[in-house]
Ligand binder design. Sequence first.
Ligand SMILES: Nc1ncnc2c1ncn2[C@@H]1O[C@H](COP(=O)(O)OP(=O)(O)OP(=O)(O)O)[C@@H](O)[C@H]1O
Ligand SMILES: [Mg+2]
Length: 301
Amino acid sequence: MPVQDPNFVPEPAKGAEPGAQRSAEAVSTRLYNKFPVPQSLPGHGPARVIAMCNQKGGVGKTTTSINLAASLAAYGRRVLCVDFDPQGALSAGLGVSTHNVATIYDLLIGQLNDPREAIQETDFEGLDLIPANIDLSAAEVHLVTEVAREQILASILRKVSDDYDVIIIDCQPSLGLLTVNALTASHGVMIPLECEYFALRGVALLIETIEKVRSRLNPALELDGILPTMFDGRTLHAREVLDRVFEVFGDKVFDTVIGRTVKFPDASVAGVPIVEFAPGHPAAQAYKQLARELVARGAAA
Ligand SMILES: Nc1ncnc2c1ncn2[C@@H]1O[C@H](COP(=O)(O)OP(=O)(O)OP(=O)(O)O)[C@@H](O)[C@H]1O
Ligand SMILES: [Mg+2]
């Protein structure tokens, strides 16, 4: 056992250097300084729209939406989050009440025409939100009979695209009409993937859905990347899963990997992104790096 020195900085493991084959071992010892701080922007818009998508529940879609949005906003980007889940977890996570307010549902069913009437400012500079609540669970039934029912969200977001640099849509855990709307409205899709045994199940179906949307509705849709989440480098199991994810998806996997920590539930209870709640925590550092990686990859302004 090495002496516990608080200033001890681990040597990056073999494979951590740029261009090397990636491995879970390298990730476990990685330091979060790989991507440069993004340059400030001369102006804002038009937005790049990103759908946060995985039909599996509880994989970190909402946590990633909140913390990526807050990190991009902290780098001077204007960010709009769209809560697209009737659970309203994204709205709650940003400390926004969803009671008696205009929501994405009102826009979808045409009760409201101007998205600005539903947009709320959050406590975080540069970060706005269109909230959702349980009403949204009735939306699919309403939309089924609409003309161009898959394009409704796209036409809503187009109206405010020039006001933002990035729009992040937090999808619900399903591949139904709402998620197809999100994919149709997006330039890119990010897939958070929990580092556990059954994680890879269902990803093939998700990628098939993305392909279908691309060929039938939105030819420009790109897979921005797969984000491993809840990685616990101390367990052999998680390391095996992560190595398998690298093996199967190669370059499509983000360099940034989000570790498992109880700080996330704590931050959710506080209604604050972890990047604000515990900015020095490795998980906060990881989300800040994810924002820098996205910009470095050209997937955000
Ligand atoms: N890296 C992490 N480590 C530990 N807990 C996490 C991590 N990321 C998220 N969590 C917790 O796991 C739970 C599920 O996360 P989250 O709500 O982000 O997933 P989701 O994919 O949006 O779920 P749903 O499919 O229900 O919308 C939350 O309680 C959250 O606080
Ligand atoms: Mg969620």
